[in-house]
Design a protein around this ligand. Structure first.
Ligand SMILES: *[C@@H]1O[C@H](CO)[C@@H](O)[C@H](O)[C@H]1NC(C)=O
Ligand SMILES: *[C@@H]1O[C@H](CO)[C@@H](O)[C@H](O)[C@H]1NC(C)=O
Ligand SMILES: *[C@@H]1O[C@H](CO)[C@@H](O)[C@H](O)[C@H]1NC(C)=O
Length: 190
């Protein structure tokens, strides 16, 4: 009898240990120091990027994009994203780049678009003039390719309107490949 009880005890203790201590190591893209370096007042009243952390326990920076567009944002707006690598104090353009139109970005892209959707922009295109506040955005670690080729760099995003040969906005954010031990990645990355 005593032996049986101690086996049950052991099992309980082991399962508590398992649920409390087993965490997985997740590689993610940490982003910091975002900046809108240009916006065109014909398209936007304002545009800014923010990054915030929520407390000491959580190292992740959550990105916010706030803007007010004057013209509808639709497939006529193109986004070119360039990853630069930090090499001996200089950012050098790498081979990683993405090109899409606004509607593809918001509706389909998994890398940045899923963050935009989880921040609440789930209405389909076009996005009519108005104020948009997209908060708490992160790049989901599950979409980062294995063997991402560098650990420090900067992500540039240039928005243009090719029909009128106009720049719409340019911005960038510093990036670092980081890893975190977590029991539940779903609560960290939205
Ligand atoms: C960004 O825009 C939002 C919305 O207009 C504003 O509340 C916020 O203060 C701005 N932040 C910065 C850093 O300019
Ligand atoms: C952003 O995340 C923080 C921390 O989880 C939460 O308190 C806040 O309400 C969120 N804001 C929005 C607009 O979802
Ligand atoms: C993106 O915009 C920045 C700032 O305007 C500019 O310096 C850079 O050359 C542009 N990148 C490309 C690849 O066109």
């Amino acid at each position: 009898m005593a032996g049986q009880i101690s086996i049950v005890y052991l099992f309980l203790i082991l399962s508590l240990f398992y649920f409390n201590c087993v965490s997985e190591k997740v590689t993610y893209i940490s982003v910091e120091h975002p900046r809108v370096s240009y916006y065109n007042p014909k398209f936007l009243t304002y545009a800014n990027l923010t990054s915030v952390r929520y407390g000491r326990a959580n190292p992740i920076y959550y990105v916010g994009l706030n803007f007010e567009n004057i013209l509808p944002f639709d497939t006529s707006i193109y986004i070119d994203v360039y990853f630069y690598e930090l090499l001996t104090n200089q950012y050098k353009r790498s081979f990683i780049e993405f090109h899409f139109n606004w509607c593809y970005l918001v509706e389909k892209d998994m890398f940045f678009g899923s963050a935009i959707r989880s921040a609440g922009l789930t209405r389909p295109c076009p996005h009519l003039p108005g104020q948009y506040n997209l908060l708490n955005m992160t790049i989901n670690p599950s979409v980062i390719p294995r063997g991402f080729p560098f650990t420090r760099g900067r992500i540039y995003a240039n928005f243009t309107h090719p029909k009128t040969k106009s720049r719409v906005a340019d911005g960038y954010i510093d990036m670092r490949l980081a890893s975190i031990e977590t029991k539940n990645p779903k609560t960290l990355f939205l």
